[in-house]
Design a protein around this ligand. Sequence first.
Ligand code: 1GP
Length: 243
Amino acid sequence: MIYDKILEKKNRGLKQIALLIDPDKITSGDLNVLLSSVNETLPDLILVGGSLISEKTDELIKGIKKGCDVPVLLFPGSSIQISRFADGILFLTLLSGRNPEFLISHHVSSAPLLRSSGMEVISTGYILIDGGKVSSVEYMSNTKPIPREKTDLAVATALAGEMMGMKMLYLEAGSGALTPVPETMVGKVKEQTDVPLFVGGGLNSKEKIRSACKAGADVVVVGNAFEKDPGLLRSFVETVREM
Ligand code: 1GP
């Protein structure tokens, strides 16, 4: 099971890196470059998802599965972004928001399909933090992010998610965030919770990745930086392995 592996690495104190691929943003040329780099560097996870529904998702996942053995998890923007070709799904609940669509509606709509697909479903508390500009998540979900300085609110939200039984937590500054989730916030959430902690949004340099890991992220997620330069994968994976 993918979750067991994530947990096991976390418990051994190993930092992990997930490569996020947006089906609408990747070209087949870039995918080939990325996949050959994936096979050399072996990131821990590949996440597939974006803000819009893409007809390319199935083909993209089939291509990834054919080209490498890294587990592929869906990172869906809504219940209709599900592909049965993935190994599993981050079953996201947008805990920072107050929009019932993203707290329960999409879950109900997609549950029967997920059950029949047989894919691994990993319940994940998704917490949006202000990353310095309006993110796609904020806009599409019609919810407000937690302000950057409200560490106590982020901690309380994360705690609530863990108490509700969520198996992982995800602090998200939004794709292309101007500033990643503040280190103090990552640190405090880490201090107060036990489940694996994902951190993503705006992690576009080795320094930022190192800081997120040091602050307490168990898994760092990178999307944009690889879209701009697939060649960065190697140095980012190496940075995480050196932690
Ligand atoms: C996943 O949204 C992030 O959490 C990815 O952010 O595209 O900025 O790396 P970037």
